[in-house]
Design a binder for this molecule. Structure first.
Ligand SMILES: *[C@@H]1O[C@H](CO)[C@@H](O)[C@H](O)[C@H]1NC(C)=O
Ligand SMILES: *[C@@H]1O[C@H](CO)[C@@H](O)[C@H](O)[C@H]1NC(C)=O
Length: 273
């Protein structure tokens, strides 16, 4: 939720790279080798011939006592036969009272293709997110999707841009921006109940709208759904219209503290109408 402007600029720069537009991922190979990304504050690798960038974005690295790494483990085939991005995220971050409430960064896979189109121009954004967690301590953090929209094509940094979060799972008492202001709306989506919270990220000046799945109904390691349904649910809430642009899209986890590792497989792509 505290994604920084510099980070988003980096993503914008990436999306300008010429990459092929693809309609199916099933048979795409990649020359990108498996690797660990442990550099801070920013370390990333674009996955060749696929719509993804794997990113270790530790924008609050100065507050990390320990380490946080994101890895690309290779392309894998999911149970649905579609190609997924295999990746992992390992944090070994001491719980320090003064920074236990500070997200240390964002470990994620971002989209590099078919961004900067209006919702109306997008047919679907099929997503699957598998994760297996192994933790050796209590930890604080979430598993989420994070998208950015704006009525201006390509804008992900002005205060007119909007950051949208979908919290599939959260541990250790992590709370969304705007929590203190209370629930803005309750929404049914993907067959579950979600609470909408809104507030301005004081680091970026951007309003963040977080849909947080009910505590008792959290996802336990698997999500499948069309991300466009989430965006349309927010259109119904009046956040924007279908002519707004989807400028950034990604899925990942926000580490606060703990000794924990996640092995993930992500399917995510934007299919244009
Ligand atoms: C990801 O998994 C690979 C293969 O097991 C391992 O070598 C690597 O250290 C892991 N990286 C992270 C960040 O968890
Ligand atoms: C791992 O995390 C879960 C969920 O927060 C927690 O219930 C469990 O106690 C943790 N395991 C260890 C070894 O601390």
């Amino acid at each position: 939720m505290f994604a920084l402007a510099s980070a988003l600029l980096a993503l914008a720069a990436t999306s300008a790279t010429a990459l092929p537009t693809i309609s199916t991922l099933t048979t795409r190979a990649s020359t990108t080798p498996a690797q660990n990304l442990c550099g801070t504050p920013d370390d990333s690798v674009v996955i060749a011939d696929n719509p993804w960038i794997v990113y270790n974005m530790m924008y609050n690295a100065a507050d990390i006592v320990g380490s946080a790494c994101t890895g690309f483990t290779g392309l894998v085939t999911g149970a649905d036969g579609e190609q997924k991005c295999g990746w992992n995220s390992t944090w070994d971050i001491a719980e320090v009272a003064s920074t236990s409430n500070v997200p240390k960064g964002y470990s994620f896979v971002g989209l590099t293709q078919n961004l900067e189109n209006s919702i109306a121009a997008i047919a679907s954004i099929p997503a699957t997110y598998d994760w297996v967690r192994s933790n050796d301590s209590a930890y604080k953090g979430n598993v989420c999707f994070d998208f950015m929209t704006s009525d201006t094509k390509g804008d992900s940094t002005s205060s007119a841009a909007q950051e949208l979060m979908l919290w599939l799972r959260y541990e250790g008492g992590q709370l969304p921006i705007g929590y203190a202001a209370g629930v803005v709306a309750t929404i049914t989506l993907y067959g579950k109940q979600w609470s909408l919270y809104q507030g301005v990220n004081t680091d970026t000046g951007i309003t963040v709208s977080s849909l947080v799945v009910d505590q008792a109904d959290q996802y336990y390691g698997y999500f499948a759904g069309d991300i466009k349904d989430w965006l349309l649910a927010l259109v119904s809430q009046g956040l924007f219209t279908t002519s707004t642009f989807v400028n950034v899209g990604n899925a990942g986890m926000e580490p606060f503290y703990g000794t924990v590792s996640f092995e993930n497989k992500l399917g995510l792509q934007i299919n244009l109408a």
